[in-house]
Design a protein. Structure first.
Length: 366
């Protein structure tokens, strides 16, 4: 059974009231949430003013950047001196945990609020003013997959957050417009909500609606992989797909787990000198420029696969419309399964590629 804090108001207003309460009661110094901008867009912001909370849209179905990057920047040089509340989607929270494992941030002095996530829309739809928020909430309320969300969101089966102190119940909650249900996962979550209007009741977790959505997401993932034809890709298939790569490295810049101050692929080590160009031209008669786009993608896949959370940021920013996120999600899932590793599941769990075991994958050497 799970403890659920119920507020008798719609989930969006309930969330704003929660954030205002946390600030008003001085339980947190600030809250990190999506905020509406004057131009109609949304962005992550650190809010300390209760009045500004009215413009907060913590559950808006868009991910302008993976919030793990935001939290990493805030905590890279040290933990906040006073508690902060952060409203994150499950994949963002998992990505942040992976960054913390790599000494790229800290979870200290945070109250983590997440949700049973319905997914997010691609950024291009927001830029075109085509985010259908009303349709989105209808689908989420009915336990369906909203039309038009990111491909990796459609097939995501990790929409139940790990490491959240409080989980906002969204998927399958048919009373979203009337009540706000907050699942208390930790004593910290219960302590921080003490004094907030509402009442606690017990509820079975996960509910039947979550189990049904898991099944639908599994079917959507199968369709995604069939569209990708991932089983048939092979090296030649990857050459064809990544042959469209412009080497702009936008995917790496958007990825929350690509954190190196200077990426090796941005260094001069991967530049061709004139003699190399001439040798390549003499051998092939023509070469793609800029070179090494396939090496870049395979290199990132090697580095990121074990910790890919399937957020889909990379696909969103790719100017060549390469399904980077779907490919990384598929390969990452296979690699993670071999290690029985779910990125961001447990802060104490070592990243497999950082641990040497004398007897592991012995069949590879045969």
């Amino acid at each position: 059974m799970a403890k659920v804090w119920r507020m008798e108001k719609g989930v969006e207003e309930g969330m704003r009231e929660l954030l205002r309460f946390l600030l008003r009661s001085h339980k947190v110094q600030g809250v990190i949430s999506l905020l509406k901008l004057p131009d109609g867009g949304v962005a992550y912001a650190l809010i300390t003013d209760q009045a500004t909370v009215q413009d907060a849209v913590p559950l808006y179905p868009l991910m302008p950047t993976n919030a793990a990057t935001v939290l990493s920047r805030i905590t890279l040089l040290g933990s906040p001196q006073e508690p902060l509340a952060a409203v994150l989607r499950p994949c963002e929270l998992r990505a942040f945990v992976e960054l913390v494992k790599r000494k790229q941030g800290s979870v200290e002095n945070f109250l983590f609020i997440s949700s049973t996530c319905g997914g997010v829309y691609p950024l291009k739809l927001a830029a075109q003013g085509r985010v259908k928020e009303a349709d989105y909430w209808i689908a989420v309320r009915q336990g369906e997959i909203p039309a038009g969300i990111r491909p990796t969101c459609r097939g995501c089966n990790q929409f139940l957050p790990y490491n959240a102190d409080i989980t906002v119940k969204l998927a399958g909650n048919r009373e979203l417009n009337k009540r706000c249900d907050l699942i208390l996962n930790t004593e910290k979550g219960e302590e921080f909500l003490s004094g907030l209007e509402g009442e606690i009741h017990d509820e079975e977790a996960p509910g039947e609606e979550v189990k049904l959505l898991l099944q639908k997401r599994g079917e959507a993932k199968k369709e995604l992989y069939e569209e990708l034809k991932s089983e048939e890709l092979g090296l030649s298939g990857l050459v064809d797909i990544f042959g469209r790569c412009l080497n702009c490295h936008a995917c790496g810049n958007a990825c929350p787990l690509c954190y190196c101050e200077l990426c090796d692929f941005d260094s001069r080590d991967y530049e061709y000198d004139p003699s190399t160009y001439l040798a390549q031209l003499a051998e092939r008669g023509g070469i793609k420029v800029p070179p090494n786009s396939l090496i870049y993608q395979l290199g990132r896949l090697t580095h990121m696969g074990i910790s890919c959370v399937g957020c889909g940021m990379c696909t969103d920013v790719c100017p060549a419309a390469i399904p980077v996120g779907s490919i990384f999600y598929r390969v990452g899932e296979q690699v993670q399964a071999r290690f029985d590793y779910v990125p961001g599941r447990d802060l104490a769990e070592d990243v497999p590629l950082t641990v040497f075991k004398e007897k592991e994958f012995q069949e590879v050497g045969r």
